[in-house]
Design a protein around this ligand. Structure first.
Ligand SMILES: C[S@@+](CC[C@H](N)C(=O)[O-])C[C@H]1O[C@@H](n2cnc3c(N)ncnc32)[C@H](O)[C@@H]1O
Length: 382
């Protein structure tokens, strides 16, 4: 495998030399989060036209406004409490939080009066961008590091939400061999990274597949995200009463681990091009994998969360208020040309058949809320 050399090459090579090999999760963690050098922990625009990929947030503010409509419904489902905390994990530059807070300030005065907003982000330097972005809501804003969030000392009632957080958590990789399930490790040979298989670094990998009833086919490779259930467990510990709303690209376990996906779902992004080789441009390209929503639902249930709703992003947006957002654009006094442009833009969020509408899924889990009635539970068009 070829490598374009970055400062991370030397660092990762030294770690491999010290231990013989490292797990893929350790490799991915360095590429994405090595302080000052990782993809998310170094300077530079990642998301949007000048970055490497788009997320739903960068498409249009309507995405955040629809989430805000649903959050207002969550607040009502909890009896309109006088304190309600929104927590965003993986908040990036704060754009989504800003769209949500703007909507709530404008349309939900009573709820806005009850609101606190907590941002959790792996990269602490993003705090200044978030501070600027959310200047109008600064009195309600506070920050937690991921460690503080997971410490067990932080508790809240309200809604914890994330967009494309879990696909950015480091994963381990496994392969089914004639000798059973093995782990794929990263090694370094003659100055180049390559892979070798070996015994599992932890029995949790086998237990993970067992829990969801998946047996990989011969030679089938797969990613296992042990960080996802850990993150959910911290979230559930923090949440006293309310909801966890997770948006990400992913599938149920049956769809994700189908033998048709022989090499798993690992994909890298660099300047809007996809790349299958994670050993290139270390720290300069994003590395992602699809989320296993079956595990999130099963682990959630095992720690006391209820699964309220799970489905494609287009179904969520259609029933939770994107149509109302489009109608508002139609009624506004922007030019017809601009209206057409906005309609086409919003279509991106809800396009099925491989568009953002169905590759992205939405999961809503709850704790301590009896029979919530949410907007996404309405029939589309109803
Ligand atoms: C793919 S980006 C998504 C950013 C933003 N939510 C969006 O949709 O545009 C993932 C973000 O999650 C952050 N992140 C990764 N692990 C995290 C963790 N454990 N807690 C909070 N943020 C984390 C990364 O630093 C990065 O900013």
């Amino acid at each position: 495998m070829t490598i374009d050399t970055t400062p991370l090459n030397e660092i990762i090579t030294a770690r491999i030399a010290a231990r013989g090999r490292i797990t893929f999760a350790e490799f991915m963690a360095a590429c994405l989060y090595e302080p000052g050098l990782g993809y998310y922990t170094s300077a530079g625009r990642k998301v949007g036209a000048e970055g490497d990929f788009y997320t739903s947030i960068t498409v249009h503010a309507a995405f955040g406004r629809v989430l805000a409509r649903e959050m207002a419904q969550m607040w009502r489902s909890m009896g309109c409490p006088t304190g309600f905390t929104l927590v965003e994990c993986g908040a990036g530059n704060g754009r989504l939080a800003c769209d949500i807070m703007d909507y709530l300030a404008e349309r939900e005065e009573q709820m806005y009066g009850a609101l606190q907003l907590v941002l959790v982000e792996q990269e602490p330097s993003l705090e200044s961008a978030q501070r600027d972005m959310l200047a109008a809501h600064i009195s309600r804003l506070s920050w937690l590091s991921p460690d503080e969030f997971a410490s067990g000392r932080f508790t809240f009632s309200g809604c914890l939400y994330s967009n494309e957080l879990i696909d950015a958590l480091p994963v381990q990789r496994v392969v089914m061999t004639s000798e059973g399930l093995k782990e794929i490790y990263v090694v370094c040979m003659d100055g180049a990274f390559s892979e070798e298989t070996g015994e599992l670094s932890t029995p949790e990998l086998e237990a993970y597949l067992l829990r969801i009833g998946v047996v990989l086919h011969p030679a089938q490779q797969a990613e296992i995200n042990l960080n996802a259930p850990k993150w959910l467990a911290s979230a559930a510990t923090a949440l006293q009463q309310g909801f966890i709303l997770t948006i990400d690209y992913g599938y149920t376990a049956a769809e994700l681990y189908t033998p048709r996906r022989k090499l798993g779902t690992l994909l890298c992004y660099y300047r809007h091009q996809t790349e299958e080789n994670p050993y290139l441009r270390l720290g300069l390209q994003d590395i992602t994998t699809h989320v296993d929503f079956t595990t999130l639902m099963a682990c959630g249930e095992s720690i006391g969360l209820k699964n309220v709703w799970f489905g494609e992003q287009y179904r969520f947006l259609m029933s939770a208020g994107i149509v109302e957002e489009i109608e508002e654009i139609e009624r506004s006094d922007v030019s017809d040309e601009e209206k057409l442009r906005l309609r086409l833009t919003l279509k991106k969020l809800i396009l099925p058949d491989g568009g953002m509408g169905d590759t992205f899924r939405v999961l809503i889990q709850s704790a301590g809320v009896a029979a919530p009635t949410l907007l996404c539970q309405r029939r589309i068009g109803g």
